[in-house]
Design a protein around this ligand. Sequence first.
Ligand SMILES: Cc1cc2nc3c(=O)[nH]c(=O)nc-3n(C[C@H](O)[C@H](O)[C@H](O)COP(=O)(O)OP(=O)(O)OC[C@H]3O[C@@H](n4cnc5c(N)ncnc54)[C@H](O)[C@@H]3O)c2cc1C
Ligand code: SF4
Length: 340
Amino acid sequence: MKPFAVFPLHQQQDLARVESFEHSRFLAGGTNLVDLMKHQIESPEQIIDLSGFEQAYQINENDNRVTIGAMVSNTELADFAYQQPGLSLLAQALLAGATVQLRNRATTGGNLLQRTRCYYFYDTTKPCNKRQPGSGCGAINGFNRIHAVLGTSEHCIASHPSDMATAMTALNATVHTQNASGETRQIPVRELYQLPGDTPHIETQLAADELITAVSIDKTPRGTHIYQKVRDRSSYAFALVSVACTLQVKDGIISDINLACGGVGPKPWHAQAAEEYLRGKSATTELFKQAADVELSPAKGSGYNDFKIPMLKRTLVHVLTQATEQQQQHPEHEGAIYAR
Ligand SMILES: Cc1cc2nc3c(=O)[nH]c(=O)nc-3n(C[C@H](O)[C@H](O)[C@H](O)COP(=O)(O)OP(=O)(O)OC[C@H]3O[C@@H](n4cnc5c(N)ncnc54)[C@H](O)[C@@H]3O)c2cc1C
Ligand code: SF4
């Protein structure tokens, strides 16, 4: 690891005192950034250490909305969300991610901005347009079993790894930021990430001096919540495919639906085409199959990851069927039915 300076940030206003952001990186839990620094994929000259950013450790709520500070750990957020019917999708997704030790350390801001797990990105002996623009892509004709099938380009087929971000995409969360000039922005998480196109090294619309301060989510009722993650092992593994779903069915008709998919796109995939296909129609298995076909019609495998297309279709149908059954059995229930 190369030597670096440390700038401790205690409050948002401290950003104004940072001299240059060009070779700086924000450090939250460090569970991704420090790995990247050890591999010399990231070699910042200055770390902006967020551990003393007191205000960002808080979760605030009112009747309609919850605001989660960027430094809230994944464990603390999962505990909080578990007790909130309107956020049970988030609790399920967080608890499906990584391990207890990692969740204790990983933060809300860092989880949203963690980098891809593409093997070629981490192997500095291999070409990678994301790590080194213009060098090529090792994965497209390589071992691409974990890679994306939606929203890819001829320059990059990496998938986004975050379970939490997939749930937040379904829940239509909003990211709050502040930059060094003190300007603030609110960005829907659905618009935060960029598709790779011919610039796969640019992953989000955030500027180098833009700090995530918090994430907020509406507490509106959304019916039954299910997060289903399909992976190689039952813990400590990223999603091959995942589905985040909230569903409300009234008199057999789908009145509200939110769907996002993980492991299949360069960003948490908002399954908007499927949502539009389903809304206002009668909830049947045949309809669910048609909606999955609609969403996945532009999907493209790269060889080893071809299996993800039928796997995601089956997972979507399974989750929608389960959610409908739960709604029929517990029409007044909001959130997940947790086993006791
Ligand atoms: C073995 C292993 C298994 C894992 N399994 C899973 C899994 O199954 N599911 C899953 O979702 N994740 C998984 N993870 C990833 C883990 O969740 C992330 O590493 C973690 O969430 C990143 O959070 P952090 O706070 O440690 O971020 P850091 O490593 O500190 O930062 C990550 C990135 O975010 C930037 N950043 C951090 N905070 C801010 C901020 N407030 N504003 C602007 N930029 C910021 C940093 O500059 C950096 O680029 C796994 C990780 C490991 C090592
Ligand atoms: S898929 Fe993207 S991250 Fe992976 S090697 Fe290709 S360019 Fe790099």
